[in-house]
Ligand binder design. Structure first.
Ligand code: SF4
Length: 466
């Protein structure tokens, strides 16, 4: 499929070549002062990579666009699903020969945490293994490598510190990601995060606000607060700012026009968050609230800490807000023991909530998780059938929801320009993608009004309303 935009929307999640990366032809291949950083996984990983890049740039390294051009090759890995972890090892295999060329290869992130020193057994050409809970040690580990150490590791999870850096190299020129809470204290039975990212640690509210002020001065107008359970934020300073108060304080920073946050945990989703969205329009009208299953029995087996009814009560609270709030979710199908009627409860939940969008996955067993040993695994074909049914139902819902927006006008942050003349794209506050026409020449990074003229299940089409 051809790429429709000169500035790919993928750059918004850091999957396109980051800004400031030196083209390969301008550096001597394999120069020791250069690094290549590839990221797998979620937004938290994308942002961790931005911070890792900041650490290396502040030590005088240059970031290059290919592993061939780099002296240091780093993979920031994800192990949330089996496929993602496999991909890391197959990628590492591709670079086996590179070590002989004097390159240093490092594995960061969740696979590093999960596999630990076993990575050195499986891929002896790797020199650095550092889990996401130990990134604060990264500058020290890099210094050891520079001093000639052959193998260095950072694998502790018993830390109460967060990964603070003096400099973060951000990939997106308008939206800045900011981790406010790392790790997770929940214990969902299928999830590797408590194991790979360690216990919950929140950043001090003062440090967060200082960084937001710096970002605004640098020209960022949208800030996205990140955490595995972002709304479980617990300010470690005496002021004990609540999450909803933090949202309002961030929105109050001059120059900030949009504040997003993800991912919220239903059990910690409180009314004051809805009230903050109601009173401050700079806080985006979008909540990502993973449900995972519509069946209380399956939720119990997943150790999700809420029932279907409790979750629906949170949805009713959000839907009752004074301005409409888009709701998106994550769903896992084929959890061990999930019966057909229990799966149908998930379908009926979709009908009831009418999500604006969802991410759906087939259950995949992960090492070190309690669900690994659960009986009654669902066959792969059955998981695929359920996933297809779920996605078809959601497609119908999104077709109707997006269709109902035709004729309405929304503010859009313009973030993409098509090669086709006069065609642009951007995001609404509710995080819908809008492709639209405008005769203006310079729109990137600006906020404009767009009138929706038609809709597809995954995006809106519109025209610049002047
Ligand atoms: S809330 Fe559950 S799914 Fe989310 S990171 Fe924590 S343990 Fe994993």
């Amino acid at each position: 499929m051809s790429k429709p935009f000169d500035i790919d929307l993928g750059s918004l999640t850091g999957h396109a070549p980051p800004i400031g990366v030196v083209p390969s032809h301008l550096v001597e291949p394999g120069n020791r002062g250069t690094f290549f950083l590839e990221t797998f996984g979620c937004q938290m990983n994308d942002h961790d990579s931005e911070k890792v890049a900041g650490v290396l740039l502040s030590r005088g390294y240059q970031q290059v666009e290919s592993p061939e051009a780099a002296g240091l090759i780093l993979y920031n890995t994800c192990s949330i699903r089996e496929k993602a972890a496999q991909k890391v090892f197959s990628r590492l295999g591709e670079y086996r020969e590179r070590q002989g060329e004097g390159k240093v290869i490092g594995v960061l992130g969740c696979v590093a945490q999960q596999e630990g020193e076993d990575i050195f057994e499986r891929a002896p050409w790797v020199s650095l293994v550092c889990g996401s809970a130990s990134y604060r040690k990264l500058p020290e580990l890099i210094a050891q490598l520079e001093a000639g150490s052959q193998r260095v590791t950072g694998l502790e999870t018993d830390t109460d510190e967060t990964f603070e850096t003096e400099m973060t190299r951000r990939d997106n020129p308008w939206r800045a990601y900011l981790t406010i809470i790392e790790g997770c204290d929940k214990a969902c039975s299928y999830c590797v995060v408590p194991y790979t990212r360690g216990p919950e640690r929140s950043r001090a509210s003062g440090a967060i606000l200082r960084e937001v002020r710096q970002l605004a001065e640098l020209g960022y107008s949208e800030v996205q607060l990140l955490g595995q359970t972002v709304n479980s934020y617990a300010d470690p300073t005496p002021g004990k700012m609540r999450f909803a108060e933090l949202l309002l304080a961030v929105a109050g920073v001059p120059g900030i026009r949009r504040v997003r946050f993800t991912t919220s945990h239903p059990s910690d989703f409180t009314r004051d968050i809805v009230e903050a969205i109601e009173t401050e329009t700079k806080i985006c009208d979008h909540v990502h609230l993973p449900v995972q299953s519509g069946s209380t029995k399956v939720l119990r087996a997943m150790q999700r800490t809420y029932s279907r009814e409790e979750y629906l009560a949170k949805i009713a609270m959000i839907r009752g807000a004074k301005r409409p709030i888009a709701i998106t979710t994550d769903i896992i199908v084929g959890f061990p023991g999930e019966s057909e009627p229990e799966f149908e409860e998930t379908l009926s939940l979709l009908e009831e909530v009418k999500y604006d969008s969802l991410f759906s996955f087939k259950y995949s067993p992960r090492p070190n998780t309690p669900s690994l040993k659960m009986p009654d695994a669902i066959p792969e074909e059955e998981k695929s059938r359920r996933l297809a049914l779920l996605q078809e139902k959601q497609r119908e819902i999104q077709t109707a929801r997006n269709g109902s927006l035709v004729g309405k006008t929304f503010e859009v942050l313009v973030s993409g320009k098509s090669r086709k003349e006069n065609q642009w794209s951007g995001y609404t506050s509710s995080h819908r993608v809008v492709n639209f026409a405008s005769r203006e020449q310079e729109l990137l990074g600006t906020y404009i009004q767009v009138r929706v003229t038609s809709a597809t299940p995954n995006s809106l089409v519109g025209e610049h309303a002047v």
